[in-house]
Design a protein around this ligand. Structure first.
Ligand code: CA
Length: 224
């Protein structure tokens, strides 16, 4: 799952970046509205975290543009403005949730999970297929009830495949969900990652299998 964080306070950015990466998210960062527009033009995001007081304008103007264009991207507004009126304006403009600074990072994480759980955005906390189970909150993977030790990125790959189980997931969509714009991506990075996930899963004897669909992407299916 890929997040775009639009925030201009460096300390808060690094705190959020660390917490989200631990949570298995890919995070892109924009510190003003101009950068945010660039990211939104080329990136595919699952959720937007939007500060309102930005150096080149008001975050609400970006939110208004998104909703005018019909975008249903979940948006969590983050701001120091604590007046009731600001909160109402934010929600009326199309924010899905609102968090007033200062906040606790665990609360922000919980709210993000809640937004991603909404029916049109995603599934529940626990994803399962065959005898494979992935807990999106604890980031634990288990096959036949035995835990499979995996890296943060390996779990993220499996999560993307499990959320679209039975369908071919295009390679570029996986790359978007797994790597931020500033990560150095080798040409065979995806093959290596898939290989590693397959190897770890094989040790746990799952009923599911990751199929390579040449020229298209990957498919997670249950062989029964
Ligand atoms: Ca700010």
């Amino acid at each position: 799952m890929r997040l775009l964080v639009i925030e201009d306070e460096p300390d808060l950015l690094s705190l959020m970046g660390r917490a989200f990466e631990r949570g298995g998210f890919v995070v892109d960062i924009a510190s003003d509205l101009a950068q945010a527009a660039e990211c939104l033009a080329i990136g595919r995001y699952d959720l937007l975290i939007l500060d309102l007081n930005l150096p080149d304008g008001d975050g609400l103007s970006l939110l208004r543009q998104l909703r005018t264009r019909g975008s249903q991207l979940p948006v969590l507004v983050l701001t120091a403005r604590d007046g009731v009126e600001d909160r109402v304006t934010g929600l009326d403009t199309g924010a899905d949730d609102y968090l007033v600074k200062p906040f606790h990072i665990t609360e922000l994480n919980a709210r993000i999970r809640a937004l991603l759980r909404r029916p049109d955005a995603a599934l529940g906390i626990t994803l399962d297929l065959g005898n494979l189970v992935l807990d999106t909150k604890s980031r634990q993977v288990a096959a036949k009830a035995a835990t499979v030790a995996m890296s943060v990125r390996e779990v993220a790959l499996l999560e993307l495949l499990m959320r679209r189980q039975g369908a071919v997931v295009p390679r570029d969509l996986l790359e978007q969900g797994l790597y931020s714009f500033d990560s150095e991506l080798g040409s065979n990075a995806m093959e290596v990652l898939v290989h590693e996930v397959r190897r770890k899963l094989a040790g746990a004897d799952p009923t599911v299998c990751i199929h390579t669909v040449r020229g298209a992407g990957y498919l997670l299916a249950d062989g029964g």
